[in-house]
Ligand binder design. Sequence first.
Ligand SMILES: Cc1cc2nc3c(=O)[nH]c(=O)nc-3n(C[C@H](O)[C@H](O)[C@H](O)COP(=O)(O)OP(=O)(O)OC[C@H]3O[C@@H](n4cnc5c(N)ncnc54)[C@H](O)[C@@H]3O)c2cc1C
Length: 398
Amino acid sequence: MNSAALRIGIIGGGLGGLGAAVALHQAGFAVEVYEQAPELTQIGGGINMGPNAARVLRRLGLGPGLDREGVRPIGTHQRRWQDGRTLQKAALNPQCEALYGAPHITIHRADLLSVIAAGLPSERVHLGHRLVGFADNGATIEAWFENGARIACDVLVGADGIHSAVRAGLFGEEAPRFAGCVAYRGLVPVERIADLGLELGNQSWVGPGAHLVHYPVSRGRLLNFVGWTEHDTWNREDWTDHATIARALAAFEGWHPQIRRIIAAADTCFIWALFDRDPLARWSVGRATLLGDACHPMYPFMGQGAAQAIEDGAALTACLLARSGEPAASLKRYEQLRLPRVTRLQELSRANKTRFHMLDGPAQQARDAEWARTGDRSPDALRWLYAHDPSALESATA
Ligand SMILES: Cc1cc2nc3c(=O)[nH]c(=O)nc-3n(C[C@H](O)[C@H](O)[C@H](O)COP(=O)(O)OP(=O)(O)OC[C@H]3O[C@@H](n4cnc5c(N)ncnc54)[C@H](O)[C@@H]3O)c2cc1C
């Protein structure tokens, strides 16, 4: 079977599903995306695209869209919560381009989704299709949707997020765990905070039981902030909700005046509970597999969840191209290539929750000294992460 003949059904039109669809479509596969929502949307404001993901998107011809909509932050600056003292500082652009062949980008999620969606003929995306079941009969997979539609495909890819129905169908139902953190997320028009004289860059502030990051999006017109605080329980079924600015300010009481100015300048603010799952031992069964948050949700404390979903799409495409006559073997190969790398990132992201939220005291001082010594957020220190080529089937994966 050649690539053109292989029919690939992707469940979920998020950043991961659409990224994979563009890669598979360009490689000549007959790909169709099924998204439950009536339109393509993203919840929340901004996102970081490290050079590892930006390079994959550029190879798909999406560079002009990224350049148009994204911002190239000049650097990343980690600071102490109360007095703003620098803990570490590193240049991002243009260094990332020189080191890794692509910039580090910050971008509004809706803009990123539009840039990726533009790489796919719109008739390949089927909105209002919520998957409710599927069956693998060995030769093909049948899938059916809440709206009554039924499809047959050769490969089914679950890119349907942390509550994945495909994952539940393959490995059983299991509710994700509350991760003990909630985020206050907001967007601020930059003219309201012009007096702060912020550089066009990323800043992250760490303190006892909380941290806050901010960076520019929307061609530099808006500043995106996400402030994380720890909580024992989360009772809401719904993930996102409006929070008052007063509540967000109360969560960052006593923090540096810059933080409080930024929060206070937002019109509105969303609150978001973080959920988690343990790493899976496998992602693929027969002709079905998983991608992105459906198989490896991670705390966003390495800024790599969507980036890894985009890498998944590139790796999946390379594996299917290499052995398109043997879909099940290709999916196994894909999972073997990807699992060690994303598991490492899941672990590092979890460890960062502890490292970012230390109480002031000897452990925090040791951490600060280590950061000052190693500069662990610099592009140089992250070579293993940023230089990785997910399409290179024989390369080391972690
Ligand atoms: C506050 C925060 C900050 C973050 N920052 C970063 C960052 O800076 N960099 C980064 O790389 N990552 C970041 N992440 C992580 C990133 O957002 C996620 O890893 C990424 O969006 C996952 O993409 P996905 O396509 O796998 O899943 P999702 O975005 O969840 O998409 C799944 C899609 O599937 C659809 N769907 C679900 N069920 C069905 C069904 N039954 N049938 C049909 N469709 C269905 C959904 O509607 C949705 O469109 C952050 C996350 C958070 C919460």
